[in-house]
Design a binder for this molecule. Structure first.
Ligand SMILES: Nc1ncnc2c1ncn2[C@@H]1O[C@H](COP(=O)(O)OP(=O)(O)OP(=O)(O)O)[C@@H](O)[C@H]1O
Length: 297
């Protein structure tokens, strides 16, 4: 059982928005999709879910090819936050449409979650606030019964209490219902609390598939201070510089070995301290451009 994407390519306006994307997700996994604005996260979800046609590649759902078997789409759920199809319908009406599309739609769960979060079933979606609509999207996705759920910025606009509740719903769905959940989000600190893996996109490609547990064991974030105003070449060659402030350099090494530690000691930093490493650090380490931080001259 898995959803497998192999060599997926998607061009938009003759640009390779997604280029040779391959990954596989298993039931029970919560996987983050991260990357800078405009890198293609939403396009990836739309292409997997059939809103955009893919140019090349294959997608299989539990071993069967999605393109040739459209009924497999009922195993995927993606409520596109930017789609306006249902904005004139009430929450209840949308549930009726979804019941037709999704054979396992759980109306009781849908109604129970609407009530629990204070959303009126007879209210039109266009009358929901941004946060209410975000919450509705998650409730609808969960109620479909689809084993593979895609959520695009699900925490956007939700207040802190609702965010915590939503995260618990997702963890519960993954743990007890064995749903696989893919979440595209810029909310890295909250994402980090629930995901097992993070797929990092850059320049249309999948540049990292982090298993967070392994990553935490292998990577190291260091704060270093040097006497002279020069950044040792080793830091650029073996690490990712996250920030430079005066003589203080923060650098992330994704594979911190004893050999690297020895080489680093040879650069004779005046001060060295290990800092806690987060998903935000990995994001900055990989996706910060030279122009995004000021270098020592
Ligand atoms: N329907 C479309 N028409 C034209 N360009 C599009 C379309 N959909 C996506 N794009 C372009 O594809 C690129 C990827 O957009 P996408 O929305 O997938 O990025 P994203 O990673 O989700 O961004 P963000 O983090 O800002 O939400 C962007 O350059 C965007 O302008």
């Amino acid at each position: 059982m898995s959803l497998k994407v192999s060599g997926l390519c998607k061009q938009i306006n003759h640009e390779a928005t997604l280029d040779q994307i391959s990954f596989e997700i298993q039931p029970g996994q919560i996987v983050g999709v991260i990357g800078r604005n405009g890198v293609g996260k939403t396009t990836l979800f739309r292409t997997i879910n059939g809103q955009y046609l893919l140019d090349r590649g294959t997608i299989t759902v539990d071993g069967e090819t999605l393109l040739t078997q459209p009924d497999l789409r009922t195993r995927l759920s993606f409520v596109d936050p930017q789609a306006n199809f249902f904005k004139g319908a009430t929450a209840q009406q949308v549930a009726w449409y979804y019941q037709v599309a999704y054979p396992d739609f759980d109306l009781a769960k849908f109604n129970q979650l609407l009530t629990r979060y204070g959303l009126a079933a007879n209210q039109k979606l266009r009358h929901f606030s941004k946060g209410m609509f975000g919450l509705f999207t998650i409730i609808l996705s969960v109620a479909t019964g689809a084993p593979y759920i895609f959520l695009d910025e699900p925490l956007d606009g939700l207040d802190v209490i609702v965010r915590k509740n939503v995260l618990s719903i997702l963890i519960d769905e993954a743990a007890t219902q064995k749903r696989a959940i893919m979440i595209a989000s810029h909310n890295l600190s909250e994402l980090e609390g629930i995901i097992d893996r993070a797929l990092m996109l850059k320049g249309g490609r999948l540049i990292h598939d982090y298993q967070l547990e392994t990553m935490r064991l292998q990577a190291r974030k260091l704060q270093l201070v040097y006497r002279d105003k020069k950044i040792p070449a080793l830091l650029r060659e073996q690490g990712h510089i996250v920030s430079v402030s005066g003589r203080v350099i923060v650098v992330v090494f994704e594979d911190f070995t004893p050999t690297l530690q020895a080489a680093l000691a040879a650069t004779e930093p005046a001060f060295q301290e290990t800092l806690p490493l987060s998903l935000t650090d990995l994001f900055m380490a990989n996706l910060t451009d030279a122009g995004d931080y000021e270098l020592l001259s």
